[in-house]
Structure formats: C-alpha cells, structure tokens
Design a binder for this molecule. Structure first.
Ligand code: UTP
Length: 493
C-alpha cells in the first residue's frame, strides 16, 4: 500500500507540470497489477514530446489552421511540384532497360544482399477482424491467411535465387503476442526460425481536441495506439534488426505491408532499378485510375521526392495534365519500397527524419466521472509517423510503375464497403492466376475459380514448365505446393 501511495505521488510529480494529473484520478480503485500497468504507461510518457506536438498543432493542425491557409499551402506545393523521376511500365523514363534492372536485382538476391521488412502492426480497424490482419484467410480456395500468402512468396524467391532472405516482421503491442504465437504454431510457414525476427513498434497516446487531457481508455490504461508504419524506423534499430542486417552484410531492404496479397515480394525489377539509379529509396507505384482517386501521389517538390496525401491535393491540381495530356500527379503510392540499409542507419540518428502527422479521430475514453464515452464524431488528436516521409531524406529517390492487376489487392475494408475489401482482393488473385494459366497455354473460362501457391509456380514461365499447354481447366482448382487439387471457393469469393 505504502509503495502504491509513493508511486502515485511520484507519478503526480511527473504529471502536474503538464496538467495531466487526471491520469491517476482512479488510482485508489485499481488493483496492484492495474496500478503497475498504469504506472508503467505513465512512466513511459514523453511529456516533452507532448509539449512539442502541442506547439506543432497550434501552428498547423487542420482544425486549428484555417481551412483556407491549409489549402493555400498545399496549392502552392502542388503548383511547384513536378512528376517524380520514374521508370514507367513500358520501361521509359530511366537510362537503363528493364532487362538490365531485372538482371541487377537478381544479382543482388544471389549475392545475399537483400532482406525483407513486413509491417503488420496495424489494428485492422476498418476490416473489423479481432485478430492481427495477417491471420485473415485470404486465399480464395486455399483459405491461406495473409501471412502464409506473403511468406510463401518469400520462400519462392529464396528458392529461386538460393538466398536466405531474412524476414523482419513489425508488430505492435496489440498484435505482438498473437502474431508470434500464430507464426510459431505454423512453423513460420516453412521459413527457418533463424531467418524470422519480430520487432515491436511503439505506441502513442491520444489527447482531447482542446489539447487539454491525454485520454484514458479505462481507469487503468491510457488510450494508446501504434505510432504508425513510420514507427518502423526507430523500432527496427531499437530491437537490434539494423545491426542484424549489418551482421548479415545486407545492402537492401524490401518493404511491404501485410494487407496486400499480390505483394511482389523482393521484385528483382524494383531492386535492380533501385541500384542502377543509385537510389537510396525506391517506391513502387500504380497509375491512378482517375484523377480524384483517394490515394497519396508521388511528386518531386523542391528537388525531393515526397508523397502528397489525396486529402491535401486540391482538386484542380489533382486534375492537372501535362502537355501530352497525361496526369501530372499520376503515381499512386502502393506502400512498397526498397531502402538502402545505409539510409535507415543514417535516418535513425536524424531527428528530423520522420515527423508525426496529427489526425483528428474518434477515440473512446473514460471521462472524469469514470464513465465510458463512445464519441459520435472526432474528439481527439492521434499521432502517426509515415514511412514514406523517409523519401525526403533519400538521395536519388526513384519511382517504379507496376501493373495494379499484378501487384496490388489491398485488404483494408470489410466486404460491406465497395472498395479495397477481401472479396475484391480474392477476385484479383484469381484473375491474375487465370491470366498466368492462359499465358502458359491452359484454357480456362472467366468463371472458373483458381488459385496458385507461389510454391507451385511464382510466374507464368514457372507455370508453363508444370502444366500441359492446351489443357482445359473446368473445375475450381488450387495449385497447391504439391500439385493441383479441386477446391471450392469460400462463399464470399
Ligand atoms: P493501414 O493503416 O492501412 O491499415 O496500415 P491498418 O492499420 O491495418 O488498419 P486500420 O487503419 O486500423 O483499418 C497499412 C499497413 O501498415 C501497417 C499495417 O499493419 C498495414 O500492413 N501498420 C500501420 C503498422 O504496422 N503500424 C501502424 O502503426 C500502422
């Protein structure tokens, strides 16, 4: 009891100068373990950062800054922005060919210079699954979870090039235990355990939108959330992953998100273009389908490549075209990157590397009376770092265009939403695999469900070596690692 009283006093001494004493308001109602948990969270609170962000917010959050000033700032940026340096789908735009880039990427893979970062710390709120998103069954016929789909792609690349590409998986406090247990239970879907390393990102608190009180999610917990995919940078170093890369002699890191089952894992074209352009950070993009599509765009601003979020790009600029009639802001961000290991190393010591973005969001909280409040409209500010802000630190950053039908099937929303949902992702997987079969000479109707594990074939060329040209596929077929089997799709495919 004495200890608890002491620690409450100690916590109050920390909280009072910042006006955050309410965080221990319910202290006496808490069990010793709850007190310990809350005490730990408060001890970890960086109140200098709180003060800094409050200042930053005073200068620039959308709710404080007048809407007019915000628009004018982004209109000026968009006006002086240029399309980014890019290799287009047809290979134009750079001074090397696609074949040269693929060859160079393959060499880096064979020379064991490549590792992979997979970010899987998000909460999957929009998808509405209660487990980490990586456990979501996405294989239209196999039911393979996202983790398996992506790890099998990695295994296929490892086998093709005879290289032990290590996998660094970012989790967050909300996903860490379950993710580790799930992957261990499944023997890392075939990856040697020694080549899998987890690193857990940090969290950030939420503050009410008058910037007065940091919010409690219960009487014994702050309302914490992962600090954004940009949290990767710090966590990667803090957890010893960066030094592990150096120990292994890695030069390049391929970065992808867990929620894209068509992720072109360690794509040699992307890796090789990165090297031939002496780029320190290369980003895969897809051409926007329409000018107002809700996707961040890559642009060059004042000599540096950056992402402009769709919500910041004024409509007249989003619609702007070049003299040849094409869109100026054509390059949609896929969140697939290649980093030089040296860039990550340099950026971890640069204080400016990744700023916090401030978002006005709904956060359920406990009020001063101890009542649980479920807000109906945004009531708080939350803070996230975005990994794409690292582009500004990178020399010779480059953009490489991909075909969305081959590279992108985002799993963001529940099937009740019209876009980026699991049903569409499954359809995209099946459509791509039907195309591969046709390229390999197989006849298949558009209504026949198929799915191909990359451990059976990872490209139309590999497929052609395994299936009979002229064969007809009439039944729903899963080309599993051990061969084709008849499988029926899940109801929502
Ligand atoms: P998103 O923000 O698009 O998806 O993250 P989410 O966080 O999974 O789902 P919502 O926003 O709550 O609905 C894109 C990718 O970045 C990872 C996610 O796991 C996903 O792979 N991510 C996002 C992190 O690893 N940490 C974060 O803090 C945020």
């Amino acid at each position: 009891m004495q200890d608890a009283v002491m620690s409450r006093e100690k916590l109050l001494r920390k909280l009072e100068p910042a006006g955050q004493q309410h965080l221990v308001r319910f202290w006496d109602e808490l069990s010793p373990s709850e007190q310990a948990r809350l005490g730990k969270q408060i001890a970890a609170l960086d109140l200098d950062l709180f003060a800094q962000l409050k200042l930053q917010a005073g200068a620039s959050t959308k709710s404080n800054e007048s809407a007019g000033a915000h628009q004018a700032k982004w209109a000026a940026i968009a006006a002086r922005a240029l399309p980014p340096p890019a290799m287009k789908l047809d290979g134009s735009g750079v001074n090397f060919t696609k074949e040269e880039a693929i060859h160079c990427g393959e060499q880096a893979l064979r020379a064991n210079q490549v590792g992979m970062i997979l970010v899987a710390g998000g909460l999957g709120t929009r998808l509405g699954c209660n487990e980490p998103k990586g456990m979501f069954p996405i294989g239209p016929l196999s039911g393979r979870p996202l983790f398996q789909v992506i790890i099998e792609s990695l295994l296929a690349v490892r086998r093709r090039f005879g290289t032990p590409i290590p996998l660094y998986i970012m989790t967050s406090p909300a996903t860490d235990d379950v993710t580790r247990a799930f992957l261990a239970k499944h023997n890392y879907f075939g990856l040697p355990a020694g080549d899998v390393r987890f690193f857990c990102q940090a969290t950030m608190w939420a503050v009410d939108d008058r910037w007065e009180k940091i919010l409690l999610s219960s009487k014994s917990e702050l309302a914490l959330a992962p600090d954004g995919h940009g949290g990767m940078l710090k966590a990667f170093e803090n957890n010893g992953c960066l030094s592990d890369c150096e120990k292994r002699g890695l030069k390049y890191l391929f970065y992808g998100q867990i929620d894209n089952p068509l992720l072109q894992v360690c794509d040699p074209l992307l890796l090789g273009s990165h090297q031939l352009a002496t780029s320190e950070m290369t980003t895969q993009v897809v051409r926007k389908r329409d000018p107002l599509e809700k996707v961040g765009v890559l642009a060059e601003v004042d000599g540096k490549v950056q992402v402009i979020e769709y919500s910041d790009l004024p409509e007249e600029h989003a619609r702007q075209t070049l003299p040849d009639g094409s869109l100026k802001f054509w390059a949609g961000n896929l969140a697939v990157h290649v980093f030089d290991v040296a860039l990550l190393k340099r950026a971890t010591v640069s204080a400016t590397a990744l700023p916090f973005h401030i978002a006005h969001k709904k956060t359920p909280y406990i009020n001063d009376l101890g009542e649980q409040i479920e807000p109906e409209k945004p009531n708080s500010f939350r803070f996230e770092r975005f990994i794409f802000d690292l582009l500004a630190e990178a020399n010779h950053a480059l953009v490489v265009e991909a075909d969305p039908a081959e590279a992108f099937a985002p799993v963001k929303n529940a099937n009740s939403e019209k876009t980026d949902n699991p049903r569409l992702a499954k359809q995209a997987m099946m459509a791509l695999h039907r195309r591969w079969l046709r390229t390999a000479g197989v006849k298949i109707g558009d209504d026949v469900p198929v799915e191909i594990s990359p451990l059976f074939a990872g490209s139309p060329q590999e497929l052609a070596a395994k299936v009979a040209s002229g064969a007809i596929v009439r039944e729903p077929t899963y080309y599993s690692p051990t061969g084709p089997v008849v499988r029926h799709p899940s109801p929502d495919s």
